[in-house]
Design a binder for this molecule. Structure first.
Ligand SMILES: [Zn+2]
Ligand SMILES: [Zn+2]
Length: 157
């Protein structure tokens, strides 16, 4: 079995789709540790910095992405994303106004060998999974089925 490229912080929640997995991207559906796949979806206002979910089953707060600490630029290049601190937006369905979504995430992993040569001596080898080069997520409204593609779509390298 190939080594998992799922970032450390997502490993408990990322249900990888075997049929979509390949060398250049991995796809997974987010599932809370309580078993729920329905979430409120929040992101930081006016920037692409922080994306998080609140489980509608148990209230758990799941951080999906933080540009200050996740991805190649933040980890390897010390170029963290900018957080403007303008508060948060809660996503609403464009069709029915609902606020519960199923969430699918795409990650473009980096090359492990490239990470090791660039981060040599500075970061542990196993941190390569956190230096992914693209993060994207789309939402599906649990009430109407309306999809919002590219809710998150962030190049991190
Ligand atoms: Zn939950
Ligand atoms: Zn809807």
């Amino acid at each position: 079995m190939a080594e998992s490229a799922v970032p450390t912080h997502l490993q408990p929640f990322f249900m990888q789709r075997a049929d979509k997995g390949n060398d250049t991207q991995i796809t997974g559906d987010i599932r809370c540790s309580c078993g729920s796949t329905s979430f409120a979806a929040m992101h930081s206002r006016d920037d692409d910095c922080v994306y998080r979910l609140i489980c509608t089953g148990c209230g758990q707060d799941i951080l999906l992405f933080d540009a200050r600490t996740h991805g190649w630029d933040a980890l390897v290049c010390h170029m963290p994303g900018e957080y403007l601190g303008q508060g948060e937006e809660t996503e609403k369905c464009e069709s029915c106004g609902g606020e519960c979504f199923e969430v699918t995430v795409w990650i473009e992993p980096t090359e492990k060998a490239e990470f090791i040569s660039c981060a040599e001596g500075e970061l542990p080898e196993e941190a390569w999974v956190n230096a992914f080069t693209w993060f994207a997520a789309h939402l599906t409204c649990t009430r109407s089925g309306k999809q919002k593609r590219g809710w998150a779509d962030i190049e991190t390298a």
